[in-house]
Design a protein around this ligand. Structure first.
Ligand code: SF4
Ligand code: F3S
Ligand code: FES
Length: 253
């Protein structure tokens, strides 16, 4: 069954913009991205939108649909009432390039600031041995499709541009947690303390575990419970354990 839906789509660039009204045909089984594509094909050929897979796997089509950060390709039209006005706007935490496309380079900057996995000296690829339990733990985090919806949602940066330089955001704090939990990551042998850098360089303390990041993750990764809270606990143990404190003191001499 087809019907006509009322859409309000944000049009504009980095200087100005506004929500514009469109009436668009909707067919059974369609998702919000289909309707945006129909708009491009029939009424707004210059409408800018980023997408690739249309299968919830590339992380490109992130936007705010009726104020909620979502993947447009995974948002079924059937979740809305046929008479409802559907608003589609770009992610709010990142600068607009044009229409629904934002500049997400903040995230790439943060990604580059995190040193990659460092295997122990003398262990070559193919020789890594891990317990299945450890494999399973980091596998959850590796489901991330880098849609940056969690980064867009976290209140620490969403309304506070000034926090961006000091806060890596949930996706990249989760990456640090993943590496810190990795039994073969030998960062410390190389003089790198991932817990300390999470606290002092990537703003772990700014996270007050509101869990909004977890709520919007399309991969259903338990970002807060399984990555951020354990990382906070590990960082706190390091700071307050008297033996660790003494060891650090002696090492620093
Ligand atoms: Fe997207 Fe989830 Fe990855 Fe965040 S953790 S970037 S919400 S897939
Ligand atoms: Fe932000 Fe998620 Fe922490 S929304 S405050 S990073 S729990
Ligand atoms: Fe790839 Fe939506 S188009 S996740």
């Amino acid at each position: 069954m087809s019907y006509t839906a009322h859409f309000r789509v944000w049009r504009g660039d980095d200087k100005s913009g506004e929500l514009r009204d469109f009436d668009v045909e909707v067919n059974e089984g369609e998702v919000v991205l289909d309707i945006i594509h129909r708009l491009q094909a029939t009424q707004a050929s210059d409408l800018a939108v980023r997408w690739n897979c249309k299968a919830g796997k590339c992380g490109s089509c992130s936007a705010e649909v009726n104020g909620r950060p979502r993947l447009m390709c995974m948002t079924r039209m059937s979740v809305f009432d046929e008479s409802e006005t559907i608003t589609v706007a770009p992610m709010r935490a990142f600068p607009v390039v044009r229409d629904l496309v934002t500049d997400v380079s903040f995230n790439y900057t943060k990604a580059r600031e995190i040193p990659s996995f460092a295997p122990p000296a003398g262990v070559a690829p193919g020789e890594y041995r891990m317990m299945q339990e450890d494999v399973g733990r980091s596998q959850e985090f590796r489901k991330c499709i880098e849609c940056f919806l969690c980064q867009n949602t976290c209140h620490v940066v969403r309304d506070h541009e000034e926090n961006k330089p000091v806060f890596a955001g949930p996706r990249f704090l989760m990456r640090i947690a993943e590496l810190d939990m990795h039994p073969l990551d030998a960062a410390e042998e190389r003089g790198l303390d991932r817990k300390r850098s999470a606290q002092e360089e990537h703003g772990l303390g700014y996270c007050n575990i509101t869990k909004c990041c977890t709520e919007v993750c399309p991969e259903h990764i338990k970002i807060t419970d399984n990555a951020l809270i354990p990382l906070k606990e590990r960082a706190a143990d390091r700071k307050y354990d008297p033996l660790v404190w003494l060891g650090n003191k002696i090492r620093r001499r």
